[in-house]
Design a protein around this ligand. Structure first.
Ligand SMILES: NC(=O)c1ccc[n+]([C@@H]2O[C@H](COP(=O)([O-])OP(=O)(O)OC[C@H]3O[C@@H](n4cnc5c(N)ncnc54)[C@H](OP(=O)(O)O)[C@@H]3O)[C@@H](O)[C@H]2O)c1
Length: 285
């Protein structure tokens, strides 16, 4: 029997993780921020001694990319320091850790798929805080004798509900107004549900994958404009969608021009094929 504890259980990914029904007698413990605040070491210790999990999936994060430019201390407190202290507790207690990171650790100036050995060079506070979190986790587990850590970087997460690009497009598309949509950033739309299922599979069966950093994603790339058009087509919506450049949408945090994470090494390790983002969109939306 494996007991899987989920942090950040109210988030986009955390809520998908929390809804997975486990077989084989494995058990899920769902912790929202109130039950387990990763910035509070006493809260981490309390949750671990109360639930005694075999593995933690950390879906807790500060994810406001633009907000982080103003709230740098909070972003670092959650994504770097909080992730690090969660990792130290897990490593010291023989608990496996599955952590989620982001394409924002890269500068986004490549023109070929990012592999895990590409050098991180975040351009904004959010990416920097997530990169510091990854390093803190690696340090915590470098000498761990009884447990392991897996880090999964993912990009462009969306879902059939909640607040994400796909839902924003459906809302704005229904307004009847013309929409300008960025067409010079490349990535791969990735649905939260299938990603959550893969994380849970690894949590239940840690022998499935070597503990290291992996890139998860779909076959692409696509631009946000491509993604929006596919959403409108799927819903048979007639929308006046106009492609535009990133310059048309100045934001406090710089957006990576190229965010495509190479999905092949992970899928090859699992003996599977990556799904095309359009096929996944059809299936999920
Ligand atoms: N969304 C994307 O496009 C995307 C892309 C690449 C990578 N990621 C990564 O994927 C992971 C999941 O993202 P998501 O989209 O599910 O984000 P999300 O919807 O913003 O969820 C994050 C969750 O973390 C919780 N949280 C914040 N501070 C916390 C703390 N101190 N202690 C415990 N919980 C805390 C939040 O709680 P409240 O509900 O109380 O605020 C929220 O429920 C993150 O690691 C993120 O960096 C996301």
């Amino acid at each position: 029997m494996r007991k899987v504890l989920i942090t950040g259980a109210n988030g986009q990914l955390g809520s998908r993780l929390s809804e997975i029904t486990l077989s084989n007698g494995d058990v899920v413990v769902v912790c929202d921020r109130e039950r387990l605040d990763i910035t509070d070491s006493a809260s981490i210790e309390r949750a671990m001694s109360e639930h005694n999990p075999h593995v933690v999936i950390n879906a807790a994060a500060y994810t406001a990319v633009d907000g982080a430019e103003e709230e740098a201390d909070l972003a670092h407190a959650v994504n770097a320091i909080g992730a690090g202290q969660l990792a130290r507790t897990c490593a010291d207690s023989g608990i496996d850790l599955i952590h989620v990171s982001t394409d924002y650790v890269f500068a986004g100036n490549q023109n070929e798929p990012y592999r895990t050995d590409a050098e991180p060079a975040p351009t904004g506070v959010y990416g920097h805080s997530k990169w510091r979190g990854e390093k803190a986790i690696e340090t915590a587990f470098a000498t761990a004798a009884r447990s392991n850590a897996w880090i999964f970087r993912v990009a462009w997460l969306y879902d059939s509900r909640g607040r994400n690009f796909a839902q924003t497009m459906l809302r704005l598309g229904a307004s009847g107004k013309a929409l300008k949509i960025v067409n010079d950033q490349l990535g791969a739309p990735t649905a939260a549900g299938p990603f959550a299922e893969l994380l849970m599979e690894v949590a239940q069966n840690p022998k499935l994958l070597r503990p290291q950093t992996w890139h998860y994603g779909t076959l692409g790339p696509a631009t946000w404009y491509d993604f929006a058009r596919a959403i409108f087509a799927h819903k048979e919506m007639v929308v006046d969608a106009i492609p535009c450049t990133t310059d048309a949408y100045p934001t406090p945090a710089q957006r990576p021009a190229y965010s495509y994470l190479d999905p092949y090494p992970l899928m090859q390790a699992l003996g599977r094929n990556p799904e095309h983002w359009k096929d996944q969109l059809q299936r999920v939306l």
